[in-house]
Design a protein around this ligand. Structure first.
Ligand SMILES: Cc1cc2nc3c(=O)[nH]c(=O)nc-3n(C[C@H](O)[C@H](O)[C@H](O)COP(=O)(O)OP(=O)(O)OC[C@H]3O[C@@H](n4cnc5c(N)ncnc54)[C@H](O)[C@@H]3O)c2cc1C
Length: 554
C-alpha cells in the first residue's frame, strides 16, 4: 500500500461524513475519497430530508409514534415484495429505525442541528402505522462558515433562505397569504444576510455543509478529484482501494475496512438500458458522478446485487434550453390538471409517491404507449399555479409553444389533436375527471383520499384540495417523462451494512451504504427522506461495526 488509514470511504455521499465522525469519535483515522471536484454528491443537491420514525422531535411535540409503529408501517408498505427485494428484511428494517434514531442523536451531539417538518405525511399514510411528521432536516447553514472549503461544497438549486418544507407552499403564491408571508420572510432574510455577510443555504447543501464543517473539525480527511477504481481483496477480506488521479494509480490501505458510498448509476445510460429500459440519463437530476462505478466493481468481485431495476422516480418535463428537467409532482397534484397516456386515458392516481408514479408509467407503457404521457391542464391551472419554474399566468417563455414543449388548443379536442391523441377519448376522460372534481371524489383512482395527495394539492381549494375541473379554454398540455433523482438498487448488505457475496457470505472489511446498495425500502418509497435517511444510517452502522463499537452508544 502507498498509504494506509484505519477506514476509507469511497464517495462523499450521505453516509460518508457520518461514518467519518463515528471513526474520529473512536479515535481512528479516516479518509473520504471523492471523484468529482465537489463534496456532497446527490445528497447536497437534494432536499436533504431524512425519514426517521419516532424521532426526538415528534416526542417533544407530543406526536404519538414508536419504533413498533414505524415497523408496522414498513411492513405494510415494503414487505409485500420482500421476496424479490433482497435489500430489505424485517431485521434490516428494524435496525434501520432504531439506528436512524441513534444516528440522529449522535449527529446532534456532534453539533449538527436538526428540526422536524411537522406536517409532511408518509406517502402511504392510509396504511397501518402511517402518520405524519417523521421527516427531519438540518437547519439552514451559513456556508461562509466553511471558509476556503465553501468552494468545495456541491451547491443545490434551492437558492432560498428557508427550510425546504416551508418553501413547498411557494407555488401557491397567487392563492395563499401564508405563501405570500413565506416569500416576504425569505426576501427579508436574504436582505439581512447581504448586510451581515451571511450566505444561507438550505436543504441538502445545509445538511452536507454542516456535515463537512463537523467532519473537518473532527479531523476527517477529505480528498476530491480522486476516483476509486477497485477494491483490494486479500484472503477474502477487503484491505483497501486502488485509486486514480491524473492518470496515476495508487493503493490506499484500510486497516478496519472500506465503506462504499459512491451513489447509483443514474448517469450510466448503458446500465440504464440493461436494468431500467425506457428511461434516460438526461431525465435524471442526480449528481453527475452517479455512474455506477462501484456497482460494476461489486459485480466484478462476485458480490450479490439486488433491485437493480429500481429508481427513485421523479416525474418531470423538459422545457427547452439547458436547464434540464423541471419537476412535475407538485404540479400534477394541483387542481385543474390530470395525466393521460397516448390513448387519452387516465391510468393512475396522480398523487402519491414519485417512485410509484414512475413505476406506473413504465408499467403502463408495456400495454399502452405512455412514454411520454401528457399532463392536461386548463386556463384555471395556468392562471393559478406555477409551471416549470414560471410564475402563474399565461405569459410563458416564447419558445415554449414554438418548440412544442407546451401544446395549446382552444377546445379539449383541439388540444388532443395537438398531442396526437384521439379527440373523443380525451373529451370523455376530461368529462369523467370533471365529474369527480365536482363531487370531490376520484372514483377511478382515489386521488385526494390520502393526506399526502392533499398535501401536494392546494389547501385553499375545495371540496378536494387536489381535484379541480379542466373546463376553461384555452387548454394546455406538456409531455411527462419518468425521470428520477437516482437509482435504488445495488449491492446487497446485511444488518451491519456488510457487503454480501452471491452465496450470502460476508466479505470482511467491506461495507456499503446509500444508492450503491439494494435499498432497505425495497421497491417502494414510504416517505420523504427514505434515501438520505438510510444512507446516513447505514454509514453510521458500518463505521460502528468496523470500529468494534457494536451496540455501544457513542
Ligand atoms: C434534487 C433532489 C432532491 C432530492 N431530495 C431528497 C430528499 O430530500 N431526501 C432523500 O432521502 N432523498 C432525496 N433525493 C435523493 C437522494 O438525494 C439520493 O438518492 C441520495 O442523496 C444518494 O445518496 P448517496 O449517499 O447514496 O450518494 P451521493 O450523495 O450521490 O454521493 C455519492 C458520491 O460518490 C461519488 N463517487 C461515485 N463514484 C466514485 C468513485 N469511483 N470514486 C470516488 N467517488 C465516487 C459521487 O461523485 C458522489 O459525490 C433527492 C435527489 C435530488 C437530485
Amino acid at each position: 500500500m502507498d498509504e494506509t488509514f484505519d477506514f476509507v470511504v469511497v464517495g462523499s455521499g450521505g453516509g460518508s461524513m457520518c461514518a467519518g465522525l463515528v471513526m474520529r469519535q473512536a479515535g481512528k483515522s479516516v479518509l473520504i475519497l471523492e471523484k468529482t471536484d465537489l463534496i456532497g454528491g446527490s445528497t447536497a443537491k437534494a432536499g436533504g430530508v431524512m425519514w426517521i420514525p419516532a424521532n426526538r422531535f415528534m416526542k417533544e411535540a407530543g406526536v404519538a409514534d414508536s419504533v413498533e409503529q414505524g415497523e408496522r408501517y414498513l411492513d405494510a408498505v415494503v414487505a409485500a415484495r420482500e421476496g424479490d427485494a433482497p435489500g430489505t428484511s424485517r431485521e434490516r428494517r428494524r435496525t434501520y429505525i432504531t439506528e436512524a434514531n441513534a444516528m440522529l442523536e449522535f449527529l446532534i451531539r456532534q453539533g449538527v442541528p436538526f428540526e422536524r417538518a411537522p406536517h409532511w405525511p408518509d406517502y402511504y399514510d392510509d396504511r397501518d402505522g402511517g402518520t405524519l411528521g417523521r421527516t427531519v432536516h438540518a437547519k439552514l447553514f451559513d456556508v461562509n462558515e466553511l471558509g476556503a472549503w465553501k468552494a468545495k461544497l456541491r451547491p443545490n438549486a434551492f437558492q432560498m433562505p428557508v427550510p425546504i418544507y416551508n418553501a413547498m407552499i411557494l407555488p401557491l403564491i397567487n392563492r395563499s397569504w401564508k405563501a405570500k408571508w413565506t416569500a416576504a420572510k425569505m426576501v427579508l432574510k436574504g436582505l439581512t444576510a447581504k448586510l451581515t455577510g451571511k450566505h444561507w443555504v438550505t436543504a441538502g447543501a445545509a445538511l452536507q455543509g454542516r456535515m463537512l464543517q463537523a467532519a473537518l473539525k473532527a479531523g476527517v480527511e477529505l480528498r476530491t478529484g480522486i476516483a476509486v477504481k477497485e477494491v483490494v481483496i486479500e484472503d477474502g477480506a477487503c484491505t483497501g482501494v486502488v485509486v486514480e488521479k491524473d492518470g496515476l494509480r495508487m493503493r490506499i490501505g484500510a486497516r478496519l475496512g472500506v465503506l462504499l458510498n459512491a451513489g447509483g448509476f443514474a448517469h450510466n445510460q448503458d446500465m440504464r438500458n440493461k436494468y431500467i429500459p425506457g428511461t434516460r440519463s438526461e431525465w435524471s437530476i442526480a449528481a453527475e458522478g452517479d455512474t455506477g462505478d462501484m456497482h460494476r466493481e461489486m459485480m466484478r468481485i462476485g458480490a450479490q446485487m439486488g433491485q437493480m431495476e429500481e429508481m427513485v422516480g421523479n416525474q418531470n418535463m423538459m422545457p427547452p434550453g439547458d436547464g434540464g428537467p423541471a419537476g412535475a409532482q407538485m404540479q400534477l397534484c394541483k387542481p385543474h390538471a390530470f395525466l393521460v397516456d397516448q390513448s387519452g386515458q387516465r391510468y393512475m392516481n396522480e398523487g402519491g409517491s414519485y417512485m410509484l408514479f414512475c413505476q406506473n408509467m413504465l408499467e403502463r407503457h408495456r400495454t399502452v404507449p405512455a412514454l411520454p404521457s401528457w399532463m392536461i391542464m386548463d386556463s384555471q391551472f395556468i392562471r393559478t399555479y406555477m409551471l416549470a419554474a414560471t410564475l402563474p399566468g399565461a405569459n410563458k417563455p416564447a419558445d415554449w409553444l414554438s418548440s412544442g414543449f407546451l401544446r395549446k388548443g382552444d377546445t379539449i379536442e383541439d388540444l388532443a389533436m395537438a398531442c396526437g391523441i384521439q379527440p373523443a377519448a380525451l373529451k370523455d376522460t376530461t368529462e369523467r375527471f370533471n365529474r369527480f372534481a365536482r363531487q370531490g371524489k376520484d372514483e377511478d383512482f382515489g386521488r385526494g383520499d390520502r393526506a399526502y395527495d392533499r398535501f401536494l394539492g392546494d389547501y385553499t381549494h375545495g371540496p378536494n384540495a387536489t381535484l379541480g375541473t379542466v373546463e376553461q379554454g384555452p387548454f394546455y398540455a406538456v409531455a411527462i417523462n419518468p425521470g428520477d433523482v437516482g437509482t435504488f438498487g445495488g449491492v446487497v448488505t446485511d444488518s451491519a451494512a456488510r457487503v454480501l457475496r452471491e452465496d450470502g457470505a460476508v466479505i470482511r472489511g467491506l461495507y456499503a451504504t446509500g444508492t450503491t446498495t439494494a435499498a432497505v425500502m425495497g421497491r417502494t418509497y414510504p416517505g420523504a427522506g427514505c434515501s438520505i435517511g438510510p444512507s446516513f444510517t447505514w454509514g453510521f452502522v458500518a463505521a460502528k461495526h468496523a470500529a468494534g463499537l457494536g451496540n455501544q452508544s457513542i
